[in-house]
Design a protein. Structure first.
Length: 429
């Protein structure tokens, strides 16, 4: 939607008007005709202001190279102006939203077009911050040939770019203790259709020929078939703590938690698992477990809006529909543990029998990276670490595995070590 073309006198026109007025006044008072002659050129230029001229007319389009991107991706913006009437001198200010950085080119251009001509310019921007950025505002300023009159129009048309949290490839994922009946990548103890070899037994009527183990059959003199383990999928629910955050802008514990959640969702969906999401904070948002590309888009759209909403009201999972938390789901809680309300929520889930894993985004490491090294800061961080360990021990006393993750390190390496510890814990149990 384009606003009206608003006309006004330029500062140059006001300056010429002032000069002409002073020259006429001094010429009359001093009876010097040369001063009156000096005011004639300015008066002739100002006479153009009395003429009723139509506002300049043109057509404008603004396009972006993508409407979806990941953090730190580059997007190209192209603005095109086609003159319907003459544009003696124009300045076009392209869209440059807040939290968007200019990478190359200029977001403004100066044009001068005769009727029917077209001009365009492009520039590249970088989107370092997740969220929805509006590239819909373009401002056009046009001046007449004398520079004493100008027009301005604001073109406002919603042009949204969704910037999703960046993801990292993950292979070492927490393995769920219980699976579902649908086909997936987790090998079940039960025998049936699958590709993982299990037991060998004698051939029985109804067995498929492709199951015959010819090597064993030739050696034993009778037909034997190979049974395989079933391969099932799992329900995984990511529970993100949005109650509190620390750290510099765009590098807070919540930002790291969102990127971890996006990476985990991508990896589990690639394994054909059903993935859901719950944002636990001042407001509770959720996405029902599902699979496929459409499900990733639902999860990503919810994650890019994740933010801390301050409230004194205690939220709990009673607001969440039962279908969002399937009984045999693996729940991965991603938290900085800065708010005790999230601790109570996680312990409540464990008490209800859910398979719970806690990934702690270390606020100590995030904060320490922004502080100068000094004895006072080092001592304060050491005391903070001791307090954090006491909180984490509360989870371990309840048998809940906890992964302490320093965001300066790759999440994959932390998950690899954590996976071996979780496997030993499950075997010991």
């Amino acid at each position: 939607m384009s606003g009206p073309m608003i006309g006004q006198v330029t500062p140059l026109g006001l300056a010429l008007l002032t000069v002409a007025a002073w020259a006429v006044s001094l010429g009359v008072l001093s009876a010097r005709p040369e001063l009156l002659l000096a005011a004639v050129p300015a008066a002739l230029v100002l006479a153009s202001l009395t003429l009723r001229r139509p506002a300049p007319d043109y057509a404008l389009t603004c396009e972006t190279s993508a409407d979806r991107a990941f953090e730190d991706d580059a997007v190209t913006v192209t603005v095109t102006v086609t003159a319907t009437s003459a544009l003696p001198l124009g300045v076009v200010l392209g869209p440059l939203p807040r939290d968007v950085e200019l990478v190359s080119g200029q977001s403004r251009a100066v044009i001068a077009l005769p009727p029917g001509e077209t001009a365009s310019f492009s520039y590249d921007v970088r989107c370092p911050v997740r969220g929805v950025h509006d590239f819909g505002l373009v401002i056009v300023q046009v001046r007449d040939r004398w520079g004493v009159r100008s027009w301005e129009r604001r073109h406002v048309e919603p042009r949204l770019i969704h910037v999703y949290p960046r993801t990292t490839p993950l292979r070492s994922l927490p393995r769920p203790h219980r699976t579902q009946t649908s086909a997936g990548d987790y090998v079940s103890r039960g025998l049936g259709a699958g590709i993982e070899p299990g037991d060998i037994r004698q051939f029985a009527p109804g067995d498929a020929i492709r199951q015959v183990n010819w090597r064993a059959s030739l050696r034993l003199g009778t037909l034997y078939v190979t049974q395989h383990h079933r391969e099932h999928n799992a329900d995984v629910v990511l529970m993100l703590d949005t109650l509190a955050q620390v750290g510099p802008a765009h590098e807070t514990t919540l930002d790291f938690g969102v990127r971890a959640a996006a990476s985990l969702a991508t990896a589990y969906l690639a394994r054909k698992d059903r993935v859901g999401l719950i944002n636990v904070g001042g407001t509770i948002d959720w996405v029902r477990p599902g699979s496929g590309r459409v499900q990733y888009e639902r999860l990503a759209d919810t994650l890019l809006r994740a933010t801390v909403v301050f409230t004194y009201v205690t939220k709990n999972l009673a607001f969440v529909p039962p279908r969002v938390l399937p009984p045999h789901a693996l729940v991965i809680a991603i938290t900085s543990l800065l708010d005790p309300r999230f601790t109570r929520t996680a312990l409540d889930l464990a008490a209800r029998g859910f398979d719970l894993v806690v990934i702690e985004v270390s606020p100590v490491d995030v904060t320490r990276a922004t502080l100068p090294s000094s004895p006072v800061n080092d001592l304060a961080c050491r005391f903070w670490v001791l307090d954090r360990r006491a909180r984490l021990d509360e989870f371990r006393r309840h048998g809940i595995p906890v992964l302490e993750w320093n965001p300066s390190e790759p999440l994959e390496s932390a998950l690899a070590t954590f996976g071996r510890q979780r496997a030993r814990l499950a075997h010991a149990g």
